[in-house]
Write a protein that binds this ligand. Structure first.
Ligand SMILES: Cc1cc2nc3c(=O)[nH]c(=O)nc-3n(C[C@H](O)[C@H](O)[C@H](O)COP(=O)(O)OP(=O)(O)OC[C@H]3O[C@@H](n4cnc5c(N)ncnc54)[C@H](O)[C@@H]3O)c2cc1C
Length: 512
């Protein structure tokens, strides 16, 4: 580690250790609900500190001067988030943040391999050509994502990133080969930089379902579903959340009952993104009255529907109806409320067959860890887009006789935004590397990355909008879309509070 960062880094680690000991005293039996505020503070302290540490490790490994400045600022930002912001501290930080803003150059490739750089270039190029020019129209008119865009992504292999080669994907297997989730993050970032809703989020659903299938599906099911997902022939949606059960997913009531050698599904789902267009739906349903031990995962095959509403009637009389919920952002894929009425599923729709009957909750949870890492990547992509637009606008727009970027306050703001994007990216890459080690590693780090990056995305897009002044509030300016899109990141894939308390703090307190 660069010697100059040793002391502040150690001080940061000590502060977090003290806080952890204090919270452990307050919550000796690890019940996070006994003092939610304390547990939440602990989760956030670890997130901020880990982000700074990951950034310092990257700066050290690359030996880059700007990265080193970013790491120094990241440590100071983390310390101030944990011990409290002081006016004096803020003033003292200013020269460093201004220096970072002045020296900015794209840092995303720093430390990556040549292969990873090429991969980024390929997806960036696609996003620049195919996604960015259409993203505003899709958002403002709430259109469907253009079919040729979906085809283009499929041709690039976007949907098969985590699918083993043996099943038509690009994930290499066999001796010595390790999972490579950084690839997924790089692709996600670049597509999300083009558009969160019409780009990066298309990767989320296959990533979630594939984890469950690779882990639990029978060989026959893998051969049936994985290749068509990998090729993009069939697109994917996920239906877990219900009107009365979102964070409390274990309580869901949409029921699948065995009828003959198949299943009849009845009940409602809420917030199922892309459920109209997707031909394959991952459905979490109740198969026994036993809390989370009574849930099973199914794959529902259905036709693709365009637009904001659909009804799929089965020859036997069952049906599935969907209506898109109007939302302030995250448009294009459309997010549906669904109603299943005596909807028939064949016996082999049950993922993992009898072996995984009533154990679908565990498959779903494993999948969500991947969804969270992917969401961190989405947040970084949106932030990067907002940062670039803010930097460009601040250097062009003249106020009081000079460009906005030449004033101290916006310049400091830009410096902080650069640090926020870099720290979120480094935390997510670190989680990706740990997840690749397998055997349960990296699960908490993926949640930390999602928690942190989602909040940073809100702050960065907010400040990008601020730097644009009135134009930032205009629908025609991209930053207004980034802002409303980024807002959803702290809500889905584990609401911020639930992630901080029930996933992160709980695990930190349990591990002592
Ligand atoms: C645009 C969009 C797309 C989505 N896409 C999908 C999808 O494709 N598939 C899918 O299955 N779901 C999807 N979701 C659903 C999403 O995952 C849920 O909205 C989320 O899990 C929160 O559930 P909820 O909305 O029921 O909120 P609730 O569970 O009602 O929680 C509301 C709020 O209460 C607070 N809270 C909840 N529990 C606690 C607690 N224990 N302690 C402290 N505070 C708490 C949090 O602030 C939380 O945000 C999507 C949601 C949105 C908005």
């Amino acid at each position: 580690m660069a010697a100059a960062l040793d002391l502040p880094l150690q001080a940061l680690r000590d502060t977090v250790a003290d806080l952890r000991a204090h919270v452990q005293q307050l919550l000796p039996d690890g019940d996070v609900d006994a003092n939610q505020v304390a547990a939440n503070e602990l989760a956030w302290a670890v997130a901020c500190s880990d982000a700074a540490v990951a950034t310092a490790e990257w700066a050290d490994a690359t030996g880059d001067a700007l990265a080193s400045d970013v790491a120094e600022a990241a440590i100071a930002e983390a310390a101030s988030a944990i011990t409290g912001r002081s006016a004096i501290g803020a003033i003292e930080q200013t020269p460093l943040l201004e220096r970072i803003a002045g020296a900015y150059r794209p840092l995303m490739d720093l430390g990556l391999s040549e292969e990873q750089r090429l991969l980024r270039e390929t997806f960036r190029d696609f996003a620049e050509r195919e996604i960015r020019p259409r993203a505003a129209e899709v958002h403002r008119l709430n259109l469907d994502i253009p079919e040729d865009l979906l085809r283009g992504l499929a041709e690039l292999g976007t949907f098969g990133l985590s699918i083993p080669e043996a099943y038509g994907g690009s994930k290499s297997e066999g001796q010595g080969s390790k999972d490579d989730f950084e690839t997924m993050l790089i692709v996600t970032e670049e597509l999300s930089r083009g558009s969160l809703a019409a780009g990066g989020s298309l990767v989320t659903r296959p990533e979630i379902l594939v984890v469950a299938l690779v882990r639990g599906a029978t060989e026959e099911q893998k051969r049936r579903w994985l290749p068509v997902i990998a090729s993009g022939e069939k697109l994917v949606s996920v239906a877990a959340t219900e009107p009365d059960h979102g964070s409390d997913i274990a309580g869901i009531t949409c029921r699948a009952e065995r009828v003959g050698d198949g299943w009849l599904v009845n009940g409602a789902k809420l917030w199922s993104t892309f459920a109209g267009r997707a031909e394959i739906m991952m459905l979490l349903a109740r198969t026994a009255d036993a809390g989370h031990r009574g849930l099973s995962l199914f794959v529902v095959e259905k036709p693709a529907f365009s637009g904001h509403q659909f009804t799929f009637r089965q020859p036997g009389g069952g049906w599935l109806e969907g209506r898109a919920i109007p939302t302030i952002g995250y448009r294009g894929m459309h997010t549906f409320e669904l109603s299943f009425d005596n909807f028939h599923l064949p016996g082999d729709a049950l993922v993992g067959s009898e072996e995984w009957l009533n154990r679908g909750f565990y498959l779903q949870m494993e999948s969500f860890a991947m969804g969270r890492l992917q969401t961190a990547g989405r947040a970084v992509g949106v932030m990067q887009a907002a940062l670039e637009d803010a930097l460009a606008y601040a250097s062009q727009r003249i106020v009081f006789g000079k460009p906005i970027a030449r004033f101290g306050l916006p310049r400091t703001m830009l410096g902080r935004m650069i640090v926020q994007v870099a720290t979120a990216r480094r935390l997510s890459y670190r989680a990706a590397r740990l997840l690749a080690e397998g055997q349960g590693a990296g699960q908490i780090e993926a949640s930390l990355a999602k928690l942190y990056a989602s909040r940073m995305a809100e702050q960065v897009t907010r400040n990008a909008m601020q730097i644009h002044g009135g134009m930032g509030y205009a629908e025609e300016t991209n930053v207004s879309r980034y802002f409303v899109d980024a807002r959803v990141l702290s809500i889905f894939e584990g609401a911020e509070e639930v992630l901080a308390l029930r996933v992160i703090a709980k695990s930190l307190l349990a591990s002592g």
